[in-house]
Design a protein around this ligand. Structure first.
Ligand code: ATP
Length: 456
């Protein structure tokens, strides 16, 4: 894949990271102990976005397609799986160490002969396996070695026959799963872009070999549309086709969807034609025949696999980076997270204008009513202006304020996050308004004041 080069974090990334901590999207793991590098914890707002991404992905794969089944395989699998997949022998990155500061880098990330941090001399490249090892059972010997899975895909391949035999599916069909994967990355970085524990959303589609090109095109289109559906600006995503030197040994064709992060264009997900490599390898290593019998045409074959492999954390970073905007203000800039209400962690906030005259009671009544259907937030502390700003940073599309007029005509003001315009709405119409914004959100055209800090 096109790797982001090691750059100084541009201004926008630094600001985004600080907002993520301030507002409770993302925290460094075990921070009170100094942090565990390249492991992240998702706070109250972050976990909601992640859940939204995974639910939308699951819906678009499993629920909307008759020919896709779901799966949840275990993280620790039989160690032979990783021999068959090629990970034990080949899941390596060449790495170099700095002889001075002892830092370790991926050899292909380094542009000069010297250490990028201190200028020290580097060792020659050595292979480094990215799988985390552990032991199963009480004895820590070579017979008990197991690995934390570095990808979710293998859990799908080893269950291919189980799903064929237990469901009514016939090729072409797919199996989808989301779950954690672990890689002992040498040079993690760019926030949650490359971490050592992350979540994947993978779907493996089993097809007749001579139809693989058709299905490749089909899934490319579906996956592109998914990112647009998440509200991402189309000019910030692009295709990258793997050239001959980049193609994995098992792949016939491979395309990545890349997003233009502030640190450069980088991979979000891959759509690969993996041929019959995986099922052939598992047949060889397990001695179980993983071919498929097509009853209609009376023929037996090993299906080709079209894989769509996305990272949930990278998709979240895509959403956050796409959403983050600052608008010049008189005293200070307005920071606003313009994300689609579909993925926004809080769909609306409810405020009493002041803490008297029955306004808090009315506001809480509205809050409780909306809470049945959407994640909503109640806030009565500080000035309304401050409350608006907090919700802008959380990406909340609407702020609903109860004022003195509410008692008279049962209307509230609704302030739009993107335009800051306010309209009066009948309390009975609030649910429909929020539902409509979730389904039909259109992002306004805006100017990115950080444009010049982006890395090409
Ligand atoms: P890279 O070259 O960036 O390490 P890759 O090509 O090895 O990625 P794949 O093995 O194709 O990635 O994994 C599929 C998806 O899983 C990636 O597109 C990405 O979204 C996600 N992913 C892979 N490694 C990481 C990681 N270390 N941190 C977060 N997400 C990851």
């Amino acid at each position: 894949m096109a790797k982001p080069k090691k750059n100084k974090a541009p201004v926008k990334m630094e600001k985004l990271m600080s907002l993520c901590k301030r507002r409770g999207f993302i925290f460094l793991s075990s921070e009170i102990y100094g942090g565990q590098s390249a492991f992240w914890d998702f706070g109250p707002l972050g976990v909601e976005i992640k859940k939204n991404i995974k639910e939308l992905w699951w819906k678009s794969m499993v629920h909307e397609n008759e020919n896709i089944e779901g799966l949840d395989a275990s993280i620790i699998m039989h160690p032979r799986v990783w021999e068959a997949s090629g990970h034990v022998a080949g899941f390596n990155d060449p790495m170099v160490d700095c002889k001075e500061c002892k830092k370790r880098f991926r050899a292909d990330d380094i542009e000069s002969e010297r250490c990028p941090d201190c200028g020290g001399e580097l060792t020659s490249p050595r292979q480094f396996n990215l799988m985390f090892k552990t032991h199963v059972g009480p004895v820590e010997d070579s017979a008990s070695i197991a690995y934390l899975r570095p990808e979710t895909a293998q859990g799908i391949y080893v269950n291919f026959l189980n799903v064929v035999n237990s469901s009514r599916q016939k090729v072409p069909f797919g199996i989808a799963q989301t779950g954690k994967a672990f890689r002992n990355e040498i040079t993690p970085g760019n926030f949650i872009f490359r971490s050592r524990e992350f979540e994947q959303m993978e779907m493996q589609f089993f097809v007749k070999p001579d139809t693989a090109d058709y299905w490749m095109d089909y899934w490319k289109k579906q996956r592109w549309d998914f990112h647009i559906r998440l509200g991402i600006r189309s000019e910030r995503i692009r295709w990258h086709e793997h050239g001959p030197g980049e193609l994995a040994h098992y792949a016939k064709t491979a395309f990545d969807i890349e997003y233009r992060f502030p640190f450069g264009w980088a991979e979000l997900e891959g759509i690969h034609n993996r041929t019959d490599f995986d099922l052939k390898m598992h047949t060889e290593f397990s001695h179980k025949d993983m071919s498929y019998f097509d009853q209609e045409n009376n023929e037996r074959f090993i299906p080709y696999i079209i894989e769509t492999s996305a990272g949930c954390d990278r998709t979240m970073l895509e959403i956050l980076a796409d959403a983050y905007e600052e608008e010049p203000g008189e005293k200070e800039n307005r920071v606003v997270m313009r994300m689609s209400p579909l993925v926004a962690p809080i769909k609306a906030a409810v405020f009493p204008l002041v803490r008297r005259d029955g306004m808090p009671e009315q506001a809480r009544e509205i809050y409780l009513e909306l809470k049945n259907e959407f994640p909503v937030f109640y806030d009565e502390s500080g000035t309304v202006g401050r409350r608006y700003r907090r919700m802008d940073e959380a990406g909340t599309p609407y702020c609903i304020t109860v004022d003195s007029q509410t008692k008279e005509d049962d209307t509230v003001t609704v302030r739009d996050r993107d335009t800051m315009e306010q309209v009066r709405v009948k309390t009975g119409d609030l649910k429909n308004m929020i539902r409509d914004s979730i389904e039909n959100y259109k992002r306004p055209e805006t100017v990115d004041i950080f444009e010049e800090t982006y890395v090409e």
